[in-house]
Design a protein around this ligand. Structure first.
Ligand code: AMP
Length: 295
């Protein structure tokens, strides 16, 4: 049983949130922040855990936001159907000793409406490739909302999942390029027993699709094994695409890229990442794995 001193506070107003954060900072607390779109699972909880590990002073307040950000959804995407489970999420966060839950309405984040909002556009080199190519405007939506949330919450540290590898790079750029005083910590992918990366979107899968979905990671591992054994990259990618298609996936992309900037590897680059995005019927899944080759 928690006493009232430890009880989680839920706030929907930026002004009220700012006042609370200011107070905590005056009391010497550091602020750790985990932005989410809710429908929480073990992947999200590992971010909370990582934030907690960051603190060795006992003077850390953990803030989580739940906001399904309309700016990062394309017109034909799943904004309306995205799972919203705020009651269950609130319970889970309170049980996990989160100090503050921020649940803004869209008008709080975009006071003059979405169309009138100033946007933060990542450089095309990172923002318009891979996910950005298949979901135009997605990373502008992400960078904009993260910049706004950072300005409201003013965290010292924020945790993001490697599940969204390109998003992580976009956010590292955002913080470096706009000189935002926030330390970004990345957290490894949490997976289901069959290798499927946990995601709120997994619940769109039918039972048969769910049984198939773990193959995405299996195929990604085959790709990495092929490349590490010296198979030429383009050849290995074609082979993996075929393997995915044979397992009912429709492939958006399968690539091997440099970990540092998602550029196409050049001779001598040995820190690599394999990334995939593919559909199982109407559900789009992404995954990635980092690996190293002998250059
Ligand atoms: P979302 O609610 O999907 O926007 O995700 C919020 C944060 O949780 C992002 O930083 C994600 O990268 C992270 N995340 C989502 N799924 C996972 C996972 N399976 N493992 C680790 N982090 C995750």
């Amino acid at each position: 049983m928690m006493n009232s001193e430890n009880a989680m506070i839920t706030i929907d107003s930026s002004t009220v949130l700012r006042d609370r954060i200011k107070l905590w900072k005056q009391e010497g607390y550091r602020i750790a922040f985990v932005p989410t779109m809710g429908n929480l699972h073990a992947g999200h909880l590992s971010l909370l855990e990582r934030c907690r590990q960051h603190d060795n002073t006992g003077k850390l307040k953990l803030v989580v936001s739940i906001f399904v950000n309309p700016m990062q959804f394309g017109e034909n995407e799943d904004f309306d159907s995205y799972p919203r489970t705020i009651d269950a999420d609130t319970r889970v966060l309170a049980e996990n000793n989160v100090d503050l839950l921020f649940v803004p309405q869209a008008t709080e984040i975009y006071p003059d409406g979405l169309q009138a909002a100033t946007r933060v556009m990542p450089a095309p080199l990172i923002g318009d490739i891979l996910e950005g190519e298949h979901r135009p405007g997605f990373f502008t939506g992400v960078a904009t909302v993260v910049a706004i949330l950072f300005n409201i919450v003013q965290p010292d540290v924020a945790c993001f999942g490697e599940k969204d590898y390109q998003q992580l790079l976009v956010i590292r750029h955002l913080v470096a390029d706009l000189a935002l005083p926030v330390e970004i910590i990345s957290v490894p992918i949490v997976r289901e027993a069959d290798g499927l990366a946990m995601s709120s979107r997994n619940q769109y899968l039918s039972e048969a699709e769910r049984a198939q979905a773990g193959k995405l990671n299996v195929c990604l591992q085959h790709l990495i094994e092929d490349v590490m054994q010296g198979t030429e990259t383009n050849f290995a990618v074609i082979h993996t695409t075929q393997e995915l298609e044979a397992n009912d996936f429709t492939v958006d992309y399968v690539v091997i890229r440099r970990q540092s900037d998602l550029g196409v590897p050049e001779p001598g680059d040995n820190q690599l990442v394999a990334l995939v995005a593919a559909w199982l019927d109407g559900t789009r899944l992404i995954d990635n794995m980092c690996f190293e080759i002998n250059a």
